[in-house]
Design a protein around this ligand. Sequence first.
Ligand SMILES: Cc1cc2nc3c(=O)[nH]c(=O)nc-3n(C[C@H](O)[C@H](O)[C@H](O)COP(=O)(O)OP(=O)(O)OC[C@H]3O[C@@H](n4cnc5c(N)ncnc54)[C@H](O)[C@@H]3O)c2cc1C
Length: 558
Amino acid sequence: MPFRQEPPRLGNQYETDRALRSYLRRALPQEMLEEIEPELLELGELAGGELYRMQLADRLNEPRLTQWDAWGERVDRIEVSPLWRTAERMAAERGLVATAYERRHGAHSRLHQFALAYLFTPSTDIYSCPLAMTDGAARVLLTSGNGPLIKNVLPRLTSRDPEEFWTSGQWMTELSGGSDVGASETFARLDGEGVWRLYGRKWFTSAAASQVALTLARPEGNQGGGRGLALFLVETRDAEGRPRGIRIDRLKEKLGTRKVPTAELTLEGTPAVLVKGTADGVRDIAPMLNVTRLWNAVSAAALMRRGVALARDYARRRTAFGSALAEKPLHADTLAGLQAEAEAALHLAFHAAELTGREEAGELDEEGARLLRLLTPLVKLTTARAAVHVAGEVVEAFGGAGYVEDTGLPVLLRDAQVLSIWEGTTNVLSLDALRTALKDEAALSSLKAEIERRAAAAQDERLLPAAHAARGAAAHACAWLAAAGREGQTALEAGARRFSMTLGRALALALLTSHAQWSLDEESDPRAAAAARRFAHSAVDLISDHDPEDVAALLADL
Ligand SMILES: Cc1cc2nc3c(=O)[nH]c(=O)nc-3n(C[C@H](O)[C@H](O)[C@H](O)COP(=O)(O)OP(=O)(O)OC[C@H]3O[C@@H](n4cnc5c(N)ncnc54)[C@H](O)[C@@H]3O)c2cc1C
């Protein structure tokens, strides 16, 4: 018999996810979990079966932009791939956004929603992108106090009816800057009929096929910088489906996220509605970014889980040197490290989701809200970086097959790479976290206390070294902050990424250890403890001092 290689298979992606199920058993009231579990099982079955097969079959389809019709009329129509059309319908029907706003389970509604998103995301080729922005836009509108938008647009964004459901884009990045949005050049002018009209270019607009978008523009006469920008809502198309004062110049040719129609737009007098005031738009859009960053973290955890599930299954099917890869001590050791990373990301992302749900339900006090403000960038940047690392290892775990497109594996790596770029790069978010930690000592103290509390929950002696490592890393980061603060701004900025990653990973480790204790006590399951121990031996404490002269020497030419 000639050798035949079996492809990797996925089972029910909820049923087989020990880490997710264990987390939900701890975090949710039992009756709630019993109520939502059939939904999770159904989506898990689709994600590992029919949707996964559709995803593989859809591999070569990409969004298409048609700029002109046959008769010379500018139409700028975008058609997305069949998988995305299915995803849009499913997302509405299954309440991927709605669940968070119906609040059937109060503060736990966000966990419900993100459990669905975690299962849905890896089989729908980054359809999480428009969903994240739609969720973010809904949050902005809800808190805006803008009656007409709350009445007319919010119900669309949170609808379960696919015919009613609208998605929203988020148009911030311009040629002059994605990180530095204060440099935006788009301006807004009131026309003779009292309608705001926008003029400018938006350089990266994903979800360009969305029905609405939130965007920033500077009302004429306003000051420069972020304070002078205002937040606007744009309805992208008229009743006939034609763009309203928007020219779609082209779709980006990207490394990954190739199903996402990311467009360059020119706004040519686009009619727009002010969401709040005529300034401070960067502040007004911040709630959207908090939500999209949370989606980013959940997506990172979900993509890691998908990659590890495939690699673990393949290791049982692929033989080399006379036995299955799963039986090779070094291959097993490599996969175990990836599993621990994926579990850490799961706990980190869902911890932020838990706090967000409590904040929205009015259950978070002032201290909790400030902690969440510091956590959001930390959780986003830590999980995104881990996802890129894990995706690279997953591809390698398949050997040559991992590098071949029609296995559907390379896309995991390409898609993971975006997670550390959009919604704030690792450096930009590290600086954001640094600023918060410096400005708000109480937020940093709360984070330290949270790490301490979680670590202290671990009583089993096999968990004590991990708990100790979490505390030690957090203390080291705080000591570094104090010392670098004495040295000045350059030292602070240069070390911001190591500071933020250390805090993010220390919290992940503390969450893993406390969950592991619970799982030992309540489930008699030693696997979460194994994840905590393994993660404790990965790079958690990244604090180190580097001589600025070395930095200059390394970057000097010749
Ligand atoms: C696939 C894709 C889809 C996107 N979709 C959207 C969208 O829908 N809407 C939208 O508004 N934007 C979107 N973006 C844009 C994205 O948010 C920006 O690219 C991102 O915020 C970075 O901005 P930039 O490209 O201007 O990079 P820059 O700001 O020029 O950054 C370049 C590098 O410099 C670093 N850097 C910048 N400032 C500092 C600093 N002060 N200190 C240290 N390092 C620094 C960054 O970390 C980065 O590594 C998308 C991007 C991609 C790749």
